[in-house]
Design a protein around this ligand. Sequence first.
Ligand SMILES: [Zn+2]
Length: 346
Amino acid sequence: MLTPELDEFIVRMPKVELHVHLEGAIAPRTLLELAHQNGVELPARDVAGVEQLLRYRNFGEFITVFMTMARVIVRGEDFARLAYELGMDLAAQQVCYAEVMISPMQHIKRGMDLYEAIAGAAEGFAQVERETGTQIRIALDYGRQYGPDLAWQVLDVARKAQPIGVVGWSIGGNEIGHPPEPFAEVFAAAREAKLGLMAHAGEVVGPASVWGAIDHLGVMRLGHGIRSIDDPHLLTEIIRRGVVLDVCPSSNLRTGAVHSWAEHPLRKLYDAGVLVTINSDDPTFFHTTITEEYRRSVTHFGFGADELTAMTLNAARATFLPPAERATLYTQVNAGIVTLRRELGV
Ligand SMILES: [Zn+2]
């Protein structure tokens, strides 16, 4: 039950967000302003129109709207603005650390220079860190539907951008018909470059996709991974290997990956002993925030303060930061939570 004390704990607790897309966090007003400023036609004239646009009915429509909206982001400074706005929003929610994904192909295929985009985002995040102390790093989330060949040039840019804050390499986009296996060599090269590896898998496709991601790509973090629940052997293996599932409950409801809260396997995954974390995915598209996802985890799955703490600490342990920085973050988050729980008596 979401008591006032538990709600206050959720609002004030130090948080770590590992699964959020920069393009999916764009505020409707910013979207409209950028469209106007950059002369990009949008099928929406005002905030109400944007809300209308966000009423997609399935995962395919969601991807189409996502791509339509991404067109308004044109210059490095647009990325800086988006990054700054998202970062300040996360900082206001007591997020101490976040990894934010950028979808490179959305921008490359419009002729944008990917490095300029990343550098813009990095600048926005650096400003957030100077103003609030919240640290934000970047992961590139390659759209699997573009195939492995084009991924190599994106990986080159990711490597070049490591000194300015790129820490992760991921595949996302349309999971249906695009299994992980063809990306094995690209992921091996990303690992060689010391990038953290993750994959969207087991979101709309079943266990085969998760097996491919952990066996062939060697990822230790899965975006969603919720369909792992359908394969007891896979579940055992995920637990044995310590693979972390970055779960985004509202996203799964909104895209139709699950049909109801009652059907969502988060509670079962947690109880089975899987390392899960809670994330917002695309806050604008899913009408949510990381704080709201924590609240919904209480109301729909019955989690309490111990479990919310455990999931937050899972996230702090699973970042792609270098080990020493990861340890510092963990200590900071843990200490903050202990103090807050004592104060609130939760
Ligand atoms: Zn995602």
